[in-house]
Design a protein. Structure first.
Ligand code: NDP
Length: 339
């Protein structure tokens, strides 16, 4: 059983060498002690920015436990059931949910797994557009942002797993949408593939405030926040009255010892901005509503999804740490086994 192991807790930016891949022997049977568990063969693993938070030694209030140095790391994935003691799952079923970064895993918390029913789309989509990032983008945009047709929307980390969907949802609703990303090919993707009205490379803008004023001369009605730090500060200075900020994440801050100061907070008062954080977990009970809305859009070709698929567990650590330098183009996935 090939496995990805965290060597030790991480400070600063994570590196490929913070992990190693080992092969251990495994009995391909559920242990006697397992009550409702399943033995699965992992097919796709999802690289997600929150996984950095699980590498801290200090306690972080998060619904998923921190990683243990010397042990297998875990995250969202798609897997095939090989053996089951859960009456709702049987051999051959496909599921998505939290699993180990290894070829075979025993999962005890089967109530947290989602059974995959629709197989006319790529299976890897259940790590992205039809999995956790999809739920995040859908409810984060429609529920948290309360968007209206014609509003101006800004999305940061816009070409990633979540951002590319938020931008497309906003376009489908008839909003004016601008995204930021860190390379020119990503900017082209935003404009030409996902239909953003405009996009800019934040790394090439000496003054983020001036850039935002250029794209939003009348102000930003909705900001879908993925990065935090300097970008948040610049956005706060450019929000419209009664603007809304959905705080999905702040990836620019995850590797810093001390978070960067934000100076424009008083604008929350002056512009009557509503800024709300949210977690995808709060919306999992509405997964079938999400599927009913998003599956037809995929089937009708109205929603695109770009994935960046690394081949094999050996490539997993580089793919995971690559999120923090923007190496991924689209949703970063690791393909573990042939389907
Ligand atoms: P992405 O697929 O967008 O990958 C991360 C991207 O972030 C990189 O490709 C890079 O793109 C960008 N990035 C990395 N470092 C920085 C930085 N210092 N400043 C600006 N951009 C940076 O990730 P996801 O779409 O999966 O996640 C996006 C955000 O959403 C994250 O903050 C994540 O934590 C959050 N999230 C929150 C959830 C929730 O429930 N609240 C659930 C899922 C995700 P670039 O080339 O553009 O720099």
């Amino acid at each position: 059983n090939k496995q990805v192991i965290l060597r030790d807790f991480v400070t600063g930016f994570p590196k490929e060498s913070d992990f190693h891949v080992r092969t251990s022997s495994i009995c391909l049977k559920l242990p006697q002690s397992s009550k409702n568990g399943v033995l699965v063969n992992n097919l796709f693993l999802s690289c997600d920015p929150y996984m950095r938070i699980l590498m801290f030694q200090a306690y972080v209030p998060f619904p998923i436990d921190s990683f243990t140095p010397g042990s297998v790391i875990y995250g969202y994935g798609v897997a095939r059931v090989l053996e089951s003691r859960d009456p709702n799952l049987k051999e051959g079923d496909l599921v998505w949910g939290v699993t180990g970064w290894e070829e075979y895993s025993v999962i005890e918390e089967t109530q947290k797994l989602f059974k995959i029913e629709h197989l006319d789309v790529p299976l890897s989509y259940y790590t992205g557009i039809l999995g956790m990032p999809g739920v995040t983008a859908y409810f984060g945009f429609y529920d948290v942002c309360c968007p209206k047709k014609g509003e101006s929307v800004f999305v940061s980390a816009a070409s990633g797993a979540v951002g590319q969907l938020v931008g497309q949802f906003a376009k489908l609703l008839g909003c004016y949408v601008v995204g930021s990303a860190g390379t020119q090919p990503k900017i082209e993707l935003l404009k030409n593939k996902f239909g953003f009205d405009d996009a800019f490379n934040y790394k090439e803008e000496p003054n983020l405030d001036a850039a935002l004023k250029r794209y939003f001369p009348k102000g930003i009605d909705i900001y879908f926040e993925n990065v935090g730090g300097k970008m948040l500060d610049a956005v706060l200075g450019n929000m419209s009255i009664h603007g809304r900020i959905a705080v999905c994440g702040m990836i620019s801050q995850y590797n810093l010892e001390n978070t960067e100061g934000v100076h424009n907070l008083m604008n929350i008062v002056l512009q009557r901005i509503r800024m709300q954080g949210f977690e995808c977990f709060d919306y999992y009970h509405r997964y079938s509503e999400f599927l009913d809305a998003v599956l037809p859009l995929i089937r009708a070709g109205k929603l695109s999804y770009v994935e960046d698929i690394a081949d094999g567990l050996n490539a997993g650590p580089a793919a995971l740490v690559g999120l923090f330098s923007g190496r991924n183009v689209g949703k970063q996935v690791v393909a573990v086994a042939a389907q």
